[in-house]
Design a protein around this ligand. Structure first.
Ligand code: 8X3
Length: 263
C-alpha cells in the first residue's frame, strides 16, 4: 500500500456507492483525491469522510482532496475537467471510471427511449470522454492507471437488462482495445467486474422502489461497496509492471447473473 502514498486518484461517480467507498479507502492509504459527481452536496459529504479517514490513518502523505461537480454525460462539462483541477493535483496517476447506473428492468420493445440514451450517455459515452481527457496526459507523463467499472452484466447479459448489459459490454470492448493501444506504454488498463453489490444502484434501477431493490438481496449476502473499493485500491497498489487486466468479483453464493443461491 506504500505505493499509494502521494498518488493522485480521480474518481467519477464519487458521491455514493463504490465511488464513495473507494475515495475513503484511497484517502486512508495516503492518496490525494479528485472526486467527481453531479451531486455537489453528496460529494461534499464524501470529501469530508475521506478527509477524516486520512487524518485518522495518521499517514503524512496525500490527503489533498478536490471536488468537481461534473456530469460525465455532458461533453461541455467533461471538457472543463482539466482546467478545474487545482494546480497541485494536476498530475493524475489513477483514473477510476466508476460513474454508471441502470434505469428500469423493462423488456425490449417497451424500454423508455430516454433511459436508453441516459444509460449510454453516462456508462459509455461519458466513460469514453473522461478517458480521452486523460490518455494524452498519461502518455505525455509515461504514467497512469485506468480502472474501469465493468460488471458481470458485461460478461453475461440477462433478460430485463438489455441496455445496461450492452453498456457494460461496451465498456469491456473499449477497455480491451485501449489496453492493446497502450501495450507499448507504462499505462495500465484494468476492468473490475462486480457481481451483486448492495448500493443505491439497485434503488436507482427500480426507480426509487426500495422494497423492490431490497428483494434483489433477499437471502443472499451481497458484496458491499467497501468490498469493491478494496479490490480497486489493491489493483492500484500493484507494482508498476503488474497489470490486473480483469477482476471478476462475486458474492460467494452468486455464480452468474441468474445463478444465485438464496437461504
Ligand atoms: C451490476 C450487477 O448483477 O445488477 O453491475 O447486473 S448486476
Amino acid at each position: 500500500a506504500s505505493r499509494l502514498l502521494g498518488k493522485t486518484v480521480l474518481i467519477t461517480g464519487a458521491s455514493a456507492g463504490i465511488g464513495a467507498a473507494t475515495a475513503v479507502l484511497f484517502a486512508k492509504g495516503g492518496a490525494n483525491l479528485i472526486l467527481l459527481a453531479r451531486r455537489a452536496d453528496a460529494l461534499k459529504g464524501v470529501a469530508e469522510a475521506a478527509a477524516k479517514a486520512h487524518k485518522d490513518s495518521g499517514v503524512q502523505q496525500g490527503g489533498k482532496i478536490a471536488t468537481l461537480q461534473v456530469d460525465v454525460s455532458d461533453k461541455s462539462q467533461v471538457a472543463t475537467i482539466l482546467d478545474k483541477i487545482p494546480q497541485d493535483l494536476r498530475n493524475v496517476d489513477v483514473l477510476v471510471n466508476n460513474a454508471g447506473f441502470v434505469h428500469g428492468v423493462d423488456r425490449v420493445g417497451t424500454i423508455n427511449a430516454d433511459d436508453i440514451d441516459a444509460m449510454f450517455a453516462t456508462n459509455v459515452i461519458g466513460l469514453i470522454a473522461v478517458t480521452q481527457v486523460f490518455v494524452p496526459e498519461f502518455k505525455a507523463r509515461k504514467n497512469g492507471l485506468i480502472i474501469n467499472l465493468g460488471s458481470i452484466a458485461g460478461l453475461e447479459a440477462y433478460a430485463g437488462g438489455s441496455i445496461y448489459c450492452a453498456t457494460k459490454a461496451a465498456v469491456r470492448a473499449f477497455g480491451t482495445a485501449l489496453r492493446k493501444e497502450l501495450v507499448d506504454t507504462p499505462i495500465r488498463v484494468t476492468e473490475i467486474q462486480p457481481g451483486m453489490v448492495e448500493t443505491e444502484f439497485s434503488i436507482v434501477r427500480f426507480r426509487g422502489d426500495k422494497a423492490a431493490a431490497d428483494k434483489v438481496y433477499e437471502g443472499i449476502e451481497p458484496l458491499t461497496a467497501e468490498d469493491i473499493a478494496e479490490e480497486i485500491v489493491w489493483v492500484a497498489a500493484r507494482p508498476p509492471h503488474v497489470n490486473i487486466a480483469e477482476l471478476f468479483v462475486l458474492p460467494v453464493n452468486q455464480a452468474s447473473p441468474t445463478s444465485v443461491h438464496r437461504e
